[in-house]
Design a protein around this ligand. Sequence first.
Ligand code: ZN
Length: 500
Amino acid sequence: MGMRLHNTLTRKVEAFAPMDGRTVRMYVCGPTVYDEPHIGHARSAYIFDVLRRYFQYKGFTVNFVRNVTDVDDKIIHKARETGESPEAVAKRCLARYHETMDRLGIGRPTREPLATGHIDEMINCISQLVVNGSAYETKTGDVYFAVRKFPGYGKLSNRSIDELQAGARVEPGEHPVHSEALGGAGKQDPLDFALWKAAKPDEPAWKSPWGKGRPGWHIECSAMSTKYLGDEFDIHGGGVDLVFPHHENEIAQAQAAGKKFARCWIHNGLLTVNGEKMSKSLGNFITVDKALEECENDPDHLKLFFLLSHYRSPVDYNPFALKTASGMMRRIDFFLLHAAETPTLSEQEIARNLLRDHKEQIDKEIQNFNKAMDSDLNTPMALAAIFEIIGYTNQVTISLPKAENQAALFRYSAERIKQLVQQVFGMSGNIKLGLEDKIKREVDVLVQKREGARRGGDYKKADQIRNELLSRGIVIEDTPRGPKLRKQQSIASDTTIEQP
Ligand SMILES: [Zn+2]
């Protein structure tokens, strides 16, 4: 089966194939760099990284362009707050964005154009729109896009001009419509949006045919996407909050200039924190660094948390959800660790010792993984297939009398899982140096907690911890010399874990 993706433009899940059959050309709206990266940024960046990775896993090449908005009101406001120049704010915050996404192991795009590096391209687009009558210049040196002149306006967000008219308002800082003071020289229609803003004192400004000023936000994406991906390209993505007005306006600008523009529009759902919108004023702003602290500084836990929801669904970030994800990630880590401890077998030995039923069962789950990802990137279902492999392998191995058969099944399953989590989900998937130490450390913390509970007479808590260890395949025995650990007998050997 081929891949199917939800297209916001048609509101349907449709078959997807790149226009040229080989290279997926994809543009995603990137960050406005004025603050510390938060988990909403991480979610969006990760979703499109997984999409790119899955295309590559399927054998496509991906030309992935993601812009950086480095001139914007928010950046200018921030600069006033901190006393830096807007350029300095943008530069510093972009460096933090890169550092953070690198730390998460989220791949950088093929190209990452800066808005300030493409002012000429934007001026060219705007000029074209003014010449063909789709945009107009005001006496104050602003240029607006005339929304009513573009017949398809509203098609992405599925709104009619009348609906939009009812909700239209004058944005703060814009010249009011038909303002008396300006002699009617401002915006001609409340629906129109700025392509070029006349310079204000102490703001970054560039020369243009309409005087000094700076571009509106929407035009940068139309100009940069078509510059790097062509007048028509495969995918345009971003957060669902960008559908209107940003993406609607991008379509209007590009198509009014005679470009076909993006064929498939992909939008990710938004993220809330403990059921509320994340905002500085609510005091629930979760930076990526903070989220990582909450999951043992292992980016894989955070990635698994994101994967547990479909990309189009809203996600709520809360301690319980993160803990669930951490527990599941540990299950994968433990499985790979167990597998690594089985005797090493060559490919031929695995093939010889893997029972046919087992191979078929694992391969079926791999197919389920692919099917899930093919159907609009259903990561929760794809994860379920991975956990099916783990559950099946653990369960079946116990009943296998021959160590070679056990090892072959473990190795085969582990190799498949590693490939999927590394290639498609961008997780480490390795028995990293120190992973064993990390697990030992976690186990040690649990053992100490249990000892504390036991000494304090809290036997209920002590039993809970015993069960938690048991769920990780570790049996704890109390001896006169203190607690002793051993692995539950599930694989060939019954190893005693050395305590740190
Ligand atoms: Zn954009």
